[in-house]
Design a protein around this ligand. Structure first.
Ligand code: HEC
Ligand code: HEC
Length: 151
């Protein structure tokens, strides 16, 4: 009896303290003007998934390039919308970091698909016409589709 109470207490403590490493995941979200990311253009979800060695399991991640298509485009935003032509409810608004990478471990319900666009710091907008059902942008862009760029 006492033992099981102790175990319950320990589990609760673990849950309350976040216990980041417990299941290998942790909360990681990109912000403008931060630079902790790496591997511009690579498919982040090759590593940042359950069982992978990347820190944090990303639900959405990728890279935005500037017009050179060599350098990252810093500090814009990526937005997910419920409806075609990037209208309706904004489901998610993710800040792009200073390297041009964006990533989040937050839960995203893609349902039957969401619409996505990238937004530059001077009001530029580039939208993807078809909807996406997963957030691994660089699993297509740079492979079966063009790099994502602002120009
Ligand atoms: C080949 C595997 C691999 C790929 C691909 C990869 N990562 Fe990582 N990532 C790691 C590993 C391993 C770490 C932890 C150690 C380190 O920092 O190198 C990490 C760490 C990070 C961190 C720091 C997390 C923290 O809590 O400090 C960020 C942010 C990150 N990666 C973002 C990205 C983004 C964005 C992409 C895609 C553009 C990406 N990674 C692609 C393996 C990878
Ligand atoms: C399943 C493959 C796939 C995934 C995943 C994907 N894309 Fe796309 N994307 C495409 C294709 C193909 C096009 C061109 C046709 C279109 O717009 O639908 C495109 C077009 C775009 C465009 C318009 C490019 C231009 O020059 O006008 C943007 C911006 C874009 N995608 C951003 C993203 C972002 C951000 C993500 C991740 C959240 C993402 N895409 C995930 C395949 C993909």
């Amino acid at each position: 009896m006492k033992k099981s109470l102790l175990i319950t207490a320990l589990i609760l403590l673990g849950l309350l303290s976040g216990c980041e490493k417990e299941d290998g995941n942790e909360k990681v979200i990109s912000r403008n003007n931060t630079d902790e990311s790496h591997k511009l253009g690579q498919n982040c979800m090759n590593c940042h998934v359950q069982g992978g060695d990347g820190e944090g399991w990303f639900t959405l991640a990728g890279s935005l390039y500037d017009q050179t298509k060599v350098n990252g485009y810093p500090n814009g935003n990526v937005k997910l919308f419920a409806e075609f032509n990037n209208s309706g409810t904004i489901i998610k608004d993710i800040e792009i970091d200073s390297k041009g990478n964006y990533f989040t471990t937050e839960n995203i319900d893609f349902g039957n698909g969401l619409y996505v666009g990238v937004y530059g710091t001077n009001g530029e907008e580039k939208i993807m016409l078809s909807k996406i059902t997963n957030g691994a942008c660089n699993s297509c862009h740079g492979i079966s589709a063009d790099l994502i760029s602002i120009y």
